[in-house]
Design a protein around this ligand. Sequence first.
Ligand code: ZN
Length: 223
Amino acid sequence: MVCLLAVELPDAVELPKTGHVIGLDMGISALLTTSEGEKVENPNYYRLGQQRLRVLSRALARKQKGGKNRRKALKRVQRQHRHVGNQRSDYLHKLSTALVRSCDGVALEDLAIHNMVRNHHLSKSILDAGWAIFKQYLTYKAGSAGREIRFVNPAYTSKYCSNCGTAFQDFSLSTRWVKCACGLSLDRDHNAAINILVKAGWDAPLIAHVSHEAMRRIRSPQH
Ligand SMILES: [Zn+2]
């Protein structure tokens, strides 16, 4: 069997500077949210592919061990696994390329620490695999294009106001929208993405209005 993989080879050519840096919050409801408030969802076909994978896996679990039907069901699961994996890497390739083209710097949370801080019981193996691949693509593309990726400690990025650096009261995992006495009213992941950008330490126009005192609080939160 011949397997042809579409490998995108990075061309080691530095891209012209864009004067643009961005923070990314990797999420569960949306694949990622940028510090500019843009949400990138998992594509529909990918969600449907995962659904089908779950259905096939349940069918496999019902088959009798050692039987012919079980072998067939296993093949179907494996084929669907490959299919979903290919779709995911194709999509993440496009996404990482777009980010590297449009930004001089990308800040995101350190994955290993992210897991310790935020792992609940959601279908994390799938999510983790996606994030790890995304990180890998982004890092090597940035390297060959003269871009910079900064990984920040994800602790408390959601829990602090990105405008004044104050810790939110009554913040919980289910909080989707954050409000602060300073006037900030923002989607939770958007707020986190700005904090990630602040933590990365770049001098970005987006965060020019954030005071030094607020930046200090966001970068080293008191807890
Ligand atoms: Zn505030």
